[in-house]
Write a protein that binds this ligand. Sequence first.
Ligand SMILES: [Zn+2]
Length: 123
Amino acid sequence: MNDLEKTFGLDKLPPPVDRDARTLTDGGPVVDDHRELKPNGQQKGYVVLSQAERAKGFVRPVRHSYIHEKCGTLTRMGQALAETYARDPEFYSGTFCCRCQGHFPVGPEGEFTWDGTNEKVGS
Ligand SMILES: [Zn+2]
């Protein structure tokens, strides 16, 4: 039994994630130019798992803020992004820092930890 099974119970694990069930954060379709950058360095739109896909269940807590280790600054994100991380922790390869105004890697070797933890974003 792994940690996930101990936490949720074998029969309560959410179904495997369907990464094709994607929308933008506003629930709209994924448009070709969503990665275009705004003056503040953020993308025009961010891809998330659809609301229906997120509703199938989470494998991590829903967390809304993380620290960029390189500059020590906290960045907050919206509900759809936070739920996508909770449903599928490895969905993203990078995320935004509001101080550095750019995107940097997440994951076990990435540059971000969840606020108040030692846990890497994207792991
Ligand atoms: Zn930063």
